[in-house]
Design a protein around this ligand. Sequence first.
Ligand SMILES: [Mn+2]
Length: 201
Amino acid sequence: MQQATHNRRAELKRQTKETTIDVQVVLDGQGRYDIKSGIGFLDHMLELWTRHSLMDVTLKARGDTQVDCHHTTEDVGIVLGLAIKQALGDKRGIARYGHALVPMDEALVLVALDCSGRGLLSWSVNFSDEKLGTLATASIREWFHAFALNSGVTLHVRQLAGGNSHHSAEAAFKGCARALRQAIAIDERQKEAIPSTKGTL
Ligand SMILES: [Mn+2]
């Protein structure tokens, strides 16, 4: 299911009866993306997530979107989470924590995360619309949940102000990206150390 980790990058393929997903992630990238999930709104979110994280991400997914977008959205979260976990390796030298407070017009979302090795999602975001394009807004939480659990990131997402669902979703993905960018950055003051008193993350 997975291969190779050199210079903070990972390449993964995951195939189930519901989805086939190929992903490449470069942590120290430039925010370049080539994303084709088969779900337009999810592509839009993952493109801005990549852009603001300064990773490079290539993702191709073929899923049973004729059923609905749930399986593909969740599985894309799983695969991206696994890829980032693999690319981080033993997490030597990383800042570890990150946070961001991101407005998008009237929407305001706070994201705080810890590359702890203990995947957890604490989610408080409400969407006024049931769907954004073909994507059920309920599936957005499933993406974050799958991503947190499989990356081993403790991830808190709090909507402080909302209104338009598109804006709230965008603020959540951008907040996640900005927080992740901080957390996975190499801390020059301790670039050979694992940032934990336990000695492992
Ligand atoms: Mn938009």
